[in-house]
Design a protein around this ligand. Structure first.
Ligand code: SF4
Length: 893
């Protein structure tokens, strides 16, 4: 394939917004990306992660050849071994003894083949996906209310609404382009109101008219109160409720009376804020409620979903422009996985495993020898079964469970004990790779070809624009080969993804006749050329229909047995109490510029500059009590495990809460895999872990020394009690610390270079040591060690590695660790695209740039991808508040 200078229309591989991307491959091998102006999800926008896609495509750390027991192997040998071992396990221990653990990163065609092989040919439903960790509670909630896993609305609804309620959703960081669409709509419609319901004051609050900072896991109490409020105030849409739904009275009874004082006590919210929220909902017909991981990742996640959906059914605000409950998915193809039955409790094409007729339909269509008859093991159960020996052969695709599953250390132990583990991966720099008996090199973004479905049911093409490197093969091919070698060649002889897509489309329409929501039968005969040229479209699109924007349930038409939408009686259950030993609630989540386990976003300095090391947000009052100062290191511990991370003292979260990002792995930090701390408690309906509520202890980690270094090369080994590494232009930056005083000297020696001019200064009494190494005028390494966290401008120090040559006076400032007067310290990075720091923004604000747009005009910050606009707004708000405080103090004195 030679695509030089050819632009390919494809789709971003990160979040569930599903932005269209134009990727252009240049003769020098580089790839530039831009937003696709014609894609209806993003209309040309890309966030910071999407904009940096071109910088993540290097072959560094790529897995290029199959390996058996750590040794390079041929595909033939590797596939034969996988097929034979799975077959033997099924023969000796039954179909329930094998399992696939797949991912919302794989394409629908990959997913389809995996599901078909497991459920239709092996005859077990032991295929689950990391989407279980992301939105399984929404699936369960949808199915309870609608009889199907249907997202009723579209992105446009957020723009058409007069009230957008964001529950457990940091849209600004986790779905940035959708947030930008909302922000633009709010700017264009001054009457629009935005309410954020979240225990943390996130970047999304920058556009909130009201932030309800409720206690963790009390959402059900708030939405049950809203349902009762609507019922008691006679604000229910009786016509809709009577014609299209069932169970209203039972749901209201379960919700209990609307006692705002009681709700305030339960949620920790002010009575007037609750009343204001209820009034806003009551008087705003066009209301959309968006919910995400803060709702789903809970042991009561499904109840939260239904408590929200109940309020929309009660008002009939569903499936109409600007109205509806709206689940936004974390991953690029979580929805595609749901469509093909990638969850252990689903059949293909949104059919139901427990439904004998559905099983018959699927088995007939596949002409398969078997069909799974009962739900398989959901993710946490699955790895428990691996641990206790019930699973004899496990195939993991495109995900790293030893990083992302709760009780992650227990998962690592389980994999160690499993007799046969296959890992299909893009990179060898993933923490799950060492546990594989067989490693299969998989195609990465830019090499794969197929489809993905975004949060608004829009199916888009991911197209290949790069050659497959080495012996890399796509996941669907690997699965088909194994299926064929297990004796099912006829069913798995796909020539390419277009054929799989046709079959998937055919199954969706097979004996459907409007009985099931998911139907893309219009594409069952699409030619290869038509598949290549496929435009983004929303499902459903049954045979003989044209692509159209669609919404569900405005006029009923639910997929329940009675055809009526179901109110689900939801009773509020008080969240688990924290214990004396574990008095804090750990919340985990995403940060703006990183994606999952950082195997791609962790490669580019542009994205690691925003947060270069793992951290724990701690409330100032908790920090004071625990004697934790800014930049100290803290240990966050549960009965399952612990992490050592940097303290970030902030009132973003409430007292007694601590937030740690989910991204860091052993590849870029030591002892920072936060899922080792997370409890494996799950929602009883969805099986989704409650990743946002683990009781933990937080303690200051005493260190004898702290270090910071910039290095040209990645060190092979870092001997320190704490370290975190991040790429910077021209090298790496290292944060480190140790418990033993002597260790820092050893570390400096081990990281230093042999053939350099070395200059060092130290102050034994002051407890600091600095060393710089030079080759002519080029800085090679600089180390700063001290007894307290190192105070050196990271932005400035990192920039020294990409300087052509440093003047003699700059040498002095390197050792002094002081930014020269003529090079102002830009401060912590805010805008990744233009590398603008907070000090620069503060200075511009002081000079009169008082709005985000004015900052953009002055510094360009926020004018490209726009992902930092909410942070700029927050900074400006803080600066304005500080000025006001100063003015008040001056007045008072
Ligand atoms: Fe990708 Fe960002 Fe769009 Fe999400 S919002 S799909 S991460 S560009």
């Amino acid at each position: 394939m030679t695509n030089n200078n050819k632009t390919t229309r494809t789709t971003c591989p990160y979040c569930g917004v599903g932005c269209g991307v134009l990727a252009t491959r240049h003769p020098d091998g580089t790839v530039s990306v831009a937003g696709d102006p014609d894609h209806p999800s993003n209309y040309g926008r890309l966030c910071s992660k999407g904009s940096a896609l071109g910088e993540t495509l290097s072959l560094e750390d790529r897995l290029l050849y199959p390996e058996i027991s750590g040794k390079r192997a041929t595909w033939n040998d590797a596939l034969d071994l996988v097929a034979r071992t799975f077959q033997e396990a099924v023969r000796d221990h039954g179909p329930e003894s094998v399992a696939f653990y797949v991912s919302g990163q794989i394409l629908t065609e990959d997913y389809y083949v995996a599901n078909k092989l497991m459920k239709g040919f092996i005859g077990s439903a032991n295929i689950d996906t990391n989407s279980r960790l992301c939105m399984a509670s929404s699936v369960a909630g949808h199915r309870r209310a609608f009889g199907s896993d249907t997202v009723p609305g579209t992105y446009e609804d957020l723009e058409l609404a007069d009230l957008v309620v964001l529950v457990g959703s940091n849209l600004a960081w986790c779905h940035p382009v959708l947030f930008q669409r909302l922000e633009a709509a709010k700017a264009a419609n001054p009457a629009m109101r935005v309410v954020v319901i979240d225990p943390r004051k996130t970047a999304t609050c920058a556009i909130a008219d009201l932030h309800l900072q409720l206690k963790p896991d009390t959402d059900v109490a708030l939405f049950n109160g809203l349902l009762s409020f609507l019922a008691e105030a006679d604000l229910v849409n009786d016509g809709y409720v009577k014609r299209f739904t069932e169970g209203f009275a039972a749901a209201v009874k379960a919700a209990g009376p609307c006692e705002i004082g009681q709700i305030a006590e339960t949620t920790g919210l002010k009575r007037q804020d609750i009343a204001l929220f209820y009034e806003m909902v009551a008087r705003t017909e066009k209301t959309v409620t968006v919910y995400s991981q803060g709702v789903n990742q809970s042991v009561v996640g499904t109840d939260k979903v239904n408590a929200i959906v109940n309020t929309h059914l009660a008002t009939g605000r569903i499936g109409k422009p600007g109205m509806g409950p709206f689940s936004v998915t974390g991953q690029p193809n979580a929805m595609g996985g749901r469509e093909v039955g990638g969850l252990a409790n689903m059949l293909a094409s949104h059919m139901v495993l427990e439904n004998a007729e559905h099983r018959r339909i699927v088995q007939d269509f596949w002409k398969s020898p078997a069909i799974a008859e009962k739900p398989g093991l959901k993710t946490v159960e699955l790895f428990n079964a691996v641990r206790d020996g019930r699973i004899k052969a496990l195939w993991i695709m495109a995900t790293s469970p030893v990083d992302s599953l709760p009780d992650a250390d227990g998962v690592a132990e389980a994999l160690k004990a499993c007799p046969f583990v296959v890992v299909s991966e893009v990179t060898r720099a993933a923490d799950t790779v060492p546990y594989a008996n067989v490693l299969l090199p998989a195609a990465a973004w830019g090499e794969k070809d197929g489809t993905v479905t975004n949060s608004e049911r829009r199916i888009s093409r991911q197209r290949a624009f790069l050659d497959l490197p080495g012996d890399v093969r796509p996941d669907w091919w690997q699965l088909s080969e194994v299926g064929s070698r297990m004796g099912y060649a006829e069913a798995f002889s796909y020539p390419g993804p277009a054929a799989i897509f046709r079959e998937h489309a055919g199954l969706s329409g097979y004996r459907n006749e409007g009985s099931r929501d998911f139907d893309i039968g219009a594409y069952e005969d699409v030619a290869d050329a038509g598949f290549d040229a496929l435009e983004p479209f929303q499902w459903p699109q049954p045979a003989d229909t044209q692509a159209a924007e669609t919404r569900f349930f405005a006029e009923g038409g639910f997929y329940t047995e009675t055809g009526q939408g179901q109110f689900v009686p939801v009773v509020f259950k008080a969240p688990r109490q924290t214990e004396r030993r574990y008095p804090f609630v750990l919340n985990t989540g995403r940060i703006r510029d990183q994606w999952h386990t950082m195997t791609r976003t962790g490669k580019t300095p542009r994205l690691t500059a925003h947060f270069a090391e793992p951290f724990a947000e701690i409330h100032p009052l908790d920090a004071k009590r625990l004697k934790i100062a800014p930049a100290d290191l803290v240990k966050v511990q549960s009965p399952h495990g612990s992490v050592l991370v940097r303290a970030l003292i902030t009132d973003r979260g409430g007292e007694g809460q601590v937030f740690v990002p989910m991204h860091w792995t052993d590849q870029l930090a030591f002892n920072a895999r936060v899922d080792a701390v997370v409890a494996p408690a799950t929602d009883p309906h969805s099986g989704q872990p409650g990743s946002k509520f683990t009781p933990v202890a937080v303690t200051k980690a005493p260190m004898a020394w702290f270090g910071f270094a910039v290095l040209r090369q990645r060190p092979a080994k870092i001997a320190a009690d704490y370290w975190a590494l991040a790429p910077v232009p021209g090298g790496y930056r290292l944060e480190c610390a140790g418990r033993n005083e002597a260790d820092f000297a050893e570390l400096a020696t081990s990281l230093g270079l042999a053939d350099c001019e070395t200059v060092e200064i130290s102050d034994v009494a002051g407890g600091w040591f600095r060393q710089a190494q030079w080759k002519e005028d080029h800085l090679q390494t600089a180390f700063y060690f001290s007894a307290s966290p190192v105070e050196v401008s990271r932005q400035w120090a990192c920039s020294l590695l990409s300087e052509d040559a440093l003047a003699p006076r700059d040498r002095a400032s390197v050792l002094a660790g002081r930014v020269p007067a003529d090079r102002p310290d830009p401060g912590a990075l805010v805008c990744s695209c233009f590398q603008v720091g907070c000090n620069q923004i503060a200075e511009a604000a002081r000079c009169g740039a008082e709005s985000v747009n004015a900052i953009g005009e002055t510094l360009k910050a926020g004018t490209n991808c726009g992902s930092c606009r909410s942070e700029i707004q927050t900074l400006l708000d803080d600066i304005a508040k500080e000025s006001l405080d100063d003015a008040n103090i001056a007045k008072a004195s």
